[in-house]
Design a protein around this ligand. Structure first.
Ligand SMILES: Nc1nc2c(ncn2[C@@H]2O[C@H](COP(=O)(O)OP(=O)(O)O)[C@@H](O)[C@H]2O)c(=O)[nH]1
Ligand SMILES: [Mg+2]
Ligand SMILES: [Zn+2]
Length: 293
C-alpha cells in the first residue's frame, strides 16, 4: 500500500520540485494529469526512492498568484500567501500607480496587503505623506524601515511572524536588501535546496519559500510578473480599490465602467471628497492600461 504524506512545496528545481517533509527536502516529480504546482502549495506525495517522491495531489489553496503564460493562460507561481508587502521608497521615486496596482491585484486575490516605505535613512519628502495617510485610512498598515540602518526592521519582522508573506515592488526599492536582512542565512538555505537536486541546479530566478527564524514563511520571487494587470477584469480592478467596494452596488447601471457613466456612485464619491480623488484618477489610468494588455 502506498502511503500518502503531506508536504510543502518550497522551490522548483531543474529536475523536479523540492517538497519539504519533516524538515527534509524531497525531490518530487508530478503526475502528468496534475495541474501546475506552485511554491507554497501543500501537497500529498508518495515515496518512490529515498528522498524522492511523486506529488499525487495539491491540497486546496487559500490564495494563488499566477503569471501569464502562452495562449492567454496563466501559470500559478505562489500559493497560500497571506500578505503581500508592497515595498517602495523615495528613491528611485514613489510610484503610486504601481503601488495601487499591487494593492488591487492582492485585493482581488484575497491576499492582505501592507505597505513598506524603505530607505527612511534618506531625506524624505512631505509630498508623499498625504498619499500615505490615505492608504492608512483605508486600513493598509504602513511600516517605515531602512534596510541600510536596520531601522524599523524588528517591527517588520514581527509582522511577518506566523504567516506566509511575499515582498513586491519596483526594481531598486530594496527588496533584495530587505530579504537578506530578514533571512540572514538565505544563501545557506538556497544551497541546501540545490543539493537536493543532483542534476539540475536551483535557479535563483524561480520562486523559493524560506522559513523565518521566528516563525512564518517568506516567498522570494524575483523577476516574476505575478502582479501584472493581465488576467484582471475591469470588475476585479474596481473591486481591487477597496474603498469602491461599498459603492459598486450604488452605481445606476450594472455595467457601469465608473468613467463618465451616468449615475456612477464611485465618480460621485471622488468628486465630493468621500474617497480619494488621486486614487480614483489612478484607477482610471490602470483601467486604461488594462485595455491595452
Ligand atoms: N540609502 C538606502 N539605500 C538602500 C536601502 N535599501 C536598499 N538600498 C540600495 O538600493 C539599491 C537597490 O537595492 P535592492 O535591494 O537591489 O533593490 P531591489 O531591486 O528592490 O531588490 C541598492 O543600491 C541598495 O544598496 C536603504 O534602506 N537605504
Ligand atoms: Mg532584487
Ligand atoms: Zn460606477
Amino acid at each position: 500500500m502506498t502511503v500518502l504524506l503531506e508536504g510543502l512545496v518550497i522551490a522548483h528545481l531543474g529536475q523536479g520540485i523540492a517538497v519539504e517533509h519533516n524538515n527534509k527536502i524531497i525531490l518530487c516529480q508530478t503526475l502528468r494529469r496534475l495541474e501546475t504546482v506552485a511554491v507554497g502549495d501543500k501537497v500529498l506525495w508518495t515515496q518512490s526512492a529515498p528522498d524522492q517522491g511523486r506529488i499525487e495531489k495539491i491540497l486546496p489553496r487559500r490564495s494563488v498568484l499566477a503569471r501569464p503564460s502562452r495562449n492567454g493562460k496563466t501559470r500559478p507561481v505562489a500559493a497560500n500567501i497571506d500578505t503581500v508587502y508592497v515595498v517602495f521608497a523615495i528613491e528611485p521615486y514613489c510610484d503610486f500607480l504601481l503601488i495601487d496596482q499591487y494593492l488591487a491585484v492582492s485585493e482581488s486575490h484575497n491576499i492582505d496587503a501592507t505597505l513598506v516605505l524603505n530607505k527612511t535613512d534618506l531625506a524624505q519628502s512631505d509630498s508623499i505623506e498625504k498619499e500615505l495617510l490615505d492608504y492608512q485610512n483605508l486600513g493598509y498598515p504602513l511600516y517605515r524601515v531602512s534596510a541600510k540602518t536596520a531601522s524599523g526592521l524588528d517591527e517588520l519582522k514581527r509582522a511577518l511572524k506566523d504567516q506566509v508573506s511575499m515582498l513586491a515592488g519596483q526594481s531598486g526599492v530594496g527588496k533584495s536588501s530587505l530579504t537578506n536582512a530578514i533571512i540572514p542565512d538565505k544563501e545557506l538555505k538556497t544551497n541546501t535546496i540545490s543539493a537536493t537536486s543532483k542534476h539540475g541546479r536551483h535557479t535563483t530566478t524561480a520562486a523559493t519559500l524560506y522559513h523565518l527564524t521566528n516563525g512564518g514563511d517568506l516567498i522570494d520571487s524575483p523577476g516574476v510578473a505575478i502582479f501584472g494587470l493581465a488576467g484582471l477584469s475591469e470588475q476585479q480592478l474596481a473591486y481591487g480599490y477597496r474603498e469602491f467596494q461599498p459603492l459598486l452596488d450604488n452605481c445606476q447601471f450594472n455595467d457601469c465602467r465608473h468613467l463618465y457613466d451616468k449615475g456612477c456612485a464611485v465618480r460621485a464619491a471622488a468628486e465630493n471628497g468621500e474617497i480619494s480623488m488621486t486614487r480614483y484618477q489612478r484607477f482610471l489610468k490602470l483601467r486604461e492600461k488594462l485595455s491595452t494588455t
